[in-house]
Write a protein that binds this ligand. Structure first.
Ligand code: HEC
Length: 253
């Protein structure tokens, strides 16, 4: 391969309309919340394996607002006035206070039988929000549900804030590849926090229960932003968030 061919992807990158770095717009596959290492974590409990101080460092108050308030490089906020900084923080706090995710699943299922689980998420600033179906509410150690023997049997059903089914993101999978992914992006969501308008997603999965009876756990992860995406292009800007639903225990009989 010649040098230009190697450089080409790099040259093309800035021209593509990525609102944020490492964009899930083209990570069209199963994943877990570990991938969003720059996002702030809504709760310190998501990383019980960390020393308590390090887990607290991941909270918005430290990881995000700490950087916004920092008056030195490499903070991407360094040029802003104190008023602008406080506005970013207050806007993000409002978005966080309105953001939620719930997972609805049956408490019991027969081994190998199908069941439906529904994830309801609301919040973030759009234009997209991300939802994942995982085994635990753990930021760096949860796994896609399939790792535990749950088979996602088909394409998840995705609805945005207009209540209509949307398939735009899933349709970007290469033709012929299965679409039974544990991660989906809900796209083209409106946001107007002052008017209580927030992105919304209802994602329904059909799962075939594991063959092995036992007590299993499911959880949903919500990935969203709190600043405008046009300002969010800085590498490792911590304005993204990870929020988990409660863990749901399912007994496979
Ligand atoms: C290099 C840092 C970084 C990494 C790594 C990263 N993100 Fe983000 N993410 C961001 C930033 C910055 C935003 C924009 C936040 C905002 O609007 O304030 C964002 C926003 C998002 C959003 C909301 C999109 C929107 O329209 O606002 C989703 C969904 C998301 N990220 C998912 C992911 C997933 C899934 C991964 C792993 C594959 C990931 N992110 C990895 C930094 C990152």
């Amino acid at each position: 391969m010649n040098r230009l061919a190697l450089l080409l992807p790099l040259l093309l990158l800035p021209t593509a309309a990525f609102g944020y770095p490492n964009g899930p717009t083209h990570y069209l596959t199963d994943t877990g919340p570990f991938c969003a290492s720059c996002h702030s974590a809504v709760k310190a409990e998501y990383a019980p394996e960390f020393p308590p101080e390090a887990a607290k460092q991941e909270l918005p108050e430290n990881k995000h607002y700490g950087l916004v308030r920092m008056n030195a490089q490499p903070s991407p906020y360094v040029e802003l006035t104190n008023e602008q900084k406080e506005k970013i923080i207050n806007d993000a706090k409002l978005i966080d206070s309105k953001s939620s995710i719930s997972l609805f699943a049956p408490r019991r299922v027969k081994a190998g039988k199908e069941m439906t689980v529904t994830i309801k998420a609301r919040g973030g600033n759009g234009p997209s929000i991300g939802v994942m179906l995982v085994d635990r509410a753990l930021r760096y150690q949860s796994r896609p549900v399939s790792a535990d023997g749950w088979m996602i049997t088909g394409e998840p059903e995705v609805k945005g804030q207009d209540g209509k089914a949307q398939r735009t993101w899933l349709e970007r999978r290469i033709k012929g590849l299965p679409r039974n992914l544990n991660f989906v992006l809900v796209e083209e969501q409106r946001s107007d926090p002052g008017k209580d308008v927030f992105p919304e997603g209802v994602v329904t999965y059909t799962l075939k229960a594991p063959e092995k009876p036992g007590a299993y756990t499911l959880a949903a992860a919500f990935l969203y932003g709190t600043e405008n995406t046009d300002r969010a292009g800085f590498f490792q800007r911590p304005s993204g968030r990870i929020l988990f639903s409660e863990e749901v225990k399912v007994q496979v009989e």
